[in-house]
Design a protein around this ligand. Sequence first.
Ligand SMILES: NC(=O)C1=CN([C@@H]2O[C@H](COP(=O)(O)OP(=O)(O)OC[C@H]3O[C@@H](n4cnc5c(N)ncnc54)[C@H](OP(=O)(O)O)[C@@H]3O)[C@@H](O)[C@H]2O)C=CC1
Ligand SMILES: N[C@@H](CCC(=O)OP(=O)(O)O)C(=O)O
Length: 415
Amino acid sequence: MESIQPLLVQAQAATRSVKTLPDEQKQQLLLQLADRIVAHTADIVAENKKDLDKMSDQDPKKDRLLLNASRIQQLADSLKDIAQLPDPANQLLVERTLDNGLQVQKRTAPLGVVGVIYESRPNVTLDVAALCIKSGNVAVLRGGTDAFHTNIILVKLIKEVLEAFKVDVNAVQLLPVDRALIGEMLTAVKYIDIIIPRGSQQLIDYVRANSKVPVIETGAGVCHTYVEKTADIEMASKVITNAKVSRPSVCNALDTVLVDEQAAPGLLRLLADSLQDYDVEIFADDVSYNMLEALEYPYLIHATPADFGREFLDFKCSVKVVNGVDEALQHIQEYSSKHSEAIISKDTAISERFLNEVDAAAVYVNASTRFTDGGVFGLGAEIGISTQKLHARGPFALEKLVTEKWFVRGDGQVR
Ligand SMILES: NC(=O)C1=CN([C@@H]2O[C@H](COP(=O)(O)OP(=O)(O)OC[C@H]3O[C@@H](n4cnc5c(N)ncnc54)[C@H](OP(=O)(O)O)[C@@H]3O)[C@@H](O)[C@H]2O)C=CC1
Ligand SMILES: N[C@@H](CCC(=O)OP(=O)(O)O)C(=O)O
């Protein structure tokens, strides 16, 4: 395909069909979609296998690409959750009658056409399509190349359900994976109202430099966990291990442990045990290197400056020993991508300082950064995790897929 313009024209034309759908119908449509994907589990798994077969077993992104019966059931459950959430569109925000009799209302209104460029993670195809339908928007999807076959079957199933509900099937469009076409998407101001890039810093930089369409960035997660000197180190070790190994290829996984010098000997002893079970490579600063070497930690590497501020997306992390909360805050300010940051501490005053002073979309006390997720936070699913401050921050979903619109009703007033 040389140009995506025909697809974008169709997408723009579909906006009226989807934005006028009553909520009751949107609910039924999403419930039917949930049933349809479960009924087609075998077909989806077969298409997904074509994608998986092209990826090396060693690639940590393979887990992200995988769909099986239980994951498809989880996706269906998430569609059902989204269906039941309140309709974010057409909500009355302001209502007044002016002295001249004009009746003025401000209501929420769908954004229009939402373009999303995203990683090879097939759940995003369903999450974004469902959130867009529920909020009355058209979705233009540019999924990752590695998920090519899986995305095709998922969008086919979505379109079949749209058709059954007499909604314009172009309300969900899947773009070809040719990278050259992304540039056209970014300049399609006439057809796309907002672009959401989900992906690496390279993607974000490219979109930021080239997009003429407004953007919400959902960027890389360089996530720290700071173990303060009063921390319960058993808890710290458990939380850090979870944040690192539960799903290392995702953006909310831990990258760097900052540990207070007073807590370091005890914590590193526990971490050496638990991280070793998962073959986690540790890029250690000089102080922690010496401690871990004495503990005979097998996967130990001297950290270089580039290992701080690095997003590993793998069974790897960096460790640095710091002297107090000020040094930890300073380090985080310098290296964080402002996604998710955590402190482990029993000192409430220091924890509160951390919560208030760290500039990130999600800040945690005594918990794993892995919780940064729209579904987990009760949003049904997420469009992404915004690492910018306008118009959304952190995991965002339905309420950020609407804008505002003034409705003015008169009987011949002139100004
Ligand atoms: N904050 C958040 O919500 C999220 C953050 N992430 C972050 O994404 C990264 C990992 O995902 P990964 O799949 O590797 O991300 P990539 O950035 O490699 O790929 C994501 C999408 O962007 C496209 N893309 C990548 N680079 C460019 C470019 N220079 N120009 C045009 N298109 C591009 C890819 O296309 P193609 O298929 O052709 O490669 C793909 O569709 C991590 O940094 C992770 O933290 C991921 C998801 C959510
Ligand atoms: N919120 C998601 C992580 C966000 C996401 O999609 O990240 P990634 O797997 O890097 O594409 C989760 O907790 O699984």
